[in-house]
Ligand binder design. Structure first.
Ligand SMILES: Cc1cc2nc3c(=O)[nH]c(=O)nc-3n(C[C@H](O)[C@H](O)[C@H](O)COP(=O)(O)O)c2cc1C
Length: 454
């Protein structure tokens, strides 16, 4: 079932939404509470913001696979298959019959920060950042539509409340800006804030510079086309049921310090970045502002579907024996574990090269047999510790481009490593286990012991 918009999702998840009435400051306190409540795996709606009467912030929208499954209208077990199936469908957007996002219009706003409850996340962040705006643009060279999540730093603290630094490292938008700048023109941009989580997911699917229209992927993932309406001050279409849209331009040729910002790597990262200038803010009368705290399970969920599921599908298509893949949580998809079955050592080596080559972000891959639970760090560490001899079983690739937000690649140059932690044929690699009858008996006894399982 498709959720029409963010608020329909929040209403639809029932007990999976935590409502917070305590007064919270969008500067640090909202992000801190969202981080604190991550382990619950539930979404959060902060309904009482200090200094912002009536404003609300929703976060932790994808804090668990359960929420991601709900966003796609499936079960946790069916999540990856549903994602793969739907992301391959293309449903073109349609013209909206109504546009709640245009209920309130501010043209040429003097200070965007005065209109919206911008969130400041980590202690050393230079300013409030937009972290889950879906940035929409068209390629000035071809007219093709593109979108992605791109962090945006509010410059109001420096006296310019219409401007944001925008980090445009990835295609397609980085390529669109290069094309605009080649002819000395600004790049028209609209930032949709508060979209349903399936659309957020579509925004980060890897399509490359020439890839398909992610708005069509969003339709496929949602199971219903996205309804678009013309923006008011730029020649773009925007999701009519978004909570908020900021319209404007990325200014050609200008680069300014952006950051520090606590990134999805868990480290601070600064950059010389392009500058966006707002020409309008439009929103619903009672808008819900979205939050996404970097380096949390929300990011892991987005990356594990948009990156991990895609890579697993590609590898399965290239090699026999690939069973499952997990991007290691908290690593910004720099590390992965892959499970294989009946895969000869020579094929494991090929798999390592393929996986590291296909995903430019992936820096370390560990291949294990499918008797290892790849979502259990203890089991993965055990396989590495007992089934792998680094000098014999590792592959190191050097002379590569480092990924821009990886602090260890800051000095320039990148490298990658793969570990073959698969078992050989000998019984010395067998996992120790207790007799099944004894385990069954123990479970039955344990269930009768008050408090033993709590
Ligand atoms: C939570 C999150 C934040 C992101 N922030 C940025 C960003 O600030 N700048 C950027 O260029 N890409 C960012 N990305 C990546 C793009 O939104 C998008 O994933 C990318 O365009 C996908 O294509 P690629 O992986 O082939 O580059 C982010 C992705 C995620 C999941």
């Amino acid at each position: 079932m498709a959720y029409a918009d963010l608020r329909a999702f929040l209403e639809g998840i029932g007990d999976d939404l935590i409502r917070v009435d305590a007064p919270l400051d969008p500067r640090f306190e909202v992000a801190a509470l969202l981080a604190e409540l991550q382990a619950s795996g539930r979404a959060v709606l902060c309904e009482n913001l200090k200094g912002r009467p009536g404003a609300r912030i929703a976060g932790n929208l994808l804090a668990s696979r359960r929420l991601a499954a709900r966003a796609l209208g499936t079960t946790e077990q069916g999540l990856v298959d549903t994602y793969m199936d739907r992301s391959a469908r293309r449903l073109p957007p349609v013209a909206a019959s109504e546009a709640p996002v245009h209920e309130v219009v501010h043209r040429q706003p003097a200070d965007v920060g005065a209109l919206l409850p911008l969130v400041t996340h980590y202690e050393k962040d230079a300013a409030p950042f937009l972290t889950c705006g879906v940035v929409l643009a068209r390629d000035p060279a071809t007219g093709q539509r593109g979108m992605g999540i791109h962090r945006m730093m509010y410059k109001g603290k420096n006296g310019d409340g219409r401007r944001f630094g925008i980090f445009l490292a990835n295609p397609p938008l980085s390529a669109f800006l290069a094309n605009a700048e080649a002819s000395g023109r600004p790049l028209e941009v609209a930032v949709a804030l508060g979209v349903d989580p399936a659309m957020l997911l579509a925004a980060v699917v890897k399509t490359g510079p020439q890839g398909p229209d992610k708005m069509e992927i969003a339709g496929g993932l949602r199971g219903a086309p996205v309804a678009l309406v013309r923006a008011l001050t730029v020649d773009l279409e925007v999701p009519a049921r978004a909570e908020v849209v900021i319209e404007g331009h990325v200014l050609p040729g200008l680069r300014e310090e952006e950051g520090p910002f606590g990134e999805n790597t868990g480290s601070y990262f600064s950059n010389l970045s392009p500058v966006f200038e707002a020409s309008a803010v439009t929103h619903r009368k009672d808008f819900i502002f979205p939050a996404l705290v970097p380096w949390t399970a929300d990011v892991d969920t987005l990356l594990s579907l948009a990156g991990g599921a895609e890579l697993l599908g590609q590898l399965k298509g290239l090699l026999r024996g690939v069973v499952d893949l997990e991007l290691t949580p908290g690593t910004c998809s720099f590390a992965a574990v892959i499970a294989v079955r009946d895969c000869p050592k020579t094929e494991v080596r090929r798999l390592i090269h393929l996986a590291l080559g296909l995903d430019r972000r992936l820096k370390s891959v560990t291949v294990v047999d499918d008797d290892i639970d790849i979502r259990n760090p203890r089991e993965v560490a055990w396989a590495l510790a007992t089934r792998c001899q680094p000098a014999r079983d590792s592959v190191i690739l050097g002379g590569l481009e480092g990924y821009v937000i990886d602090p260890s690649a800051a000095a320039g140059g990148g490298s990658k490593i793969g570990y073959d932690a698969t078992r050989g044929p000998q019984p010395i690699f067998d996992k120790i286990a207790m007799p099944p009858a004894a385990v069954a008996r123990a479970r039955a006894v344990a269930a009768t012991l008050t408090g033993a399982n709590s």
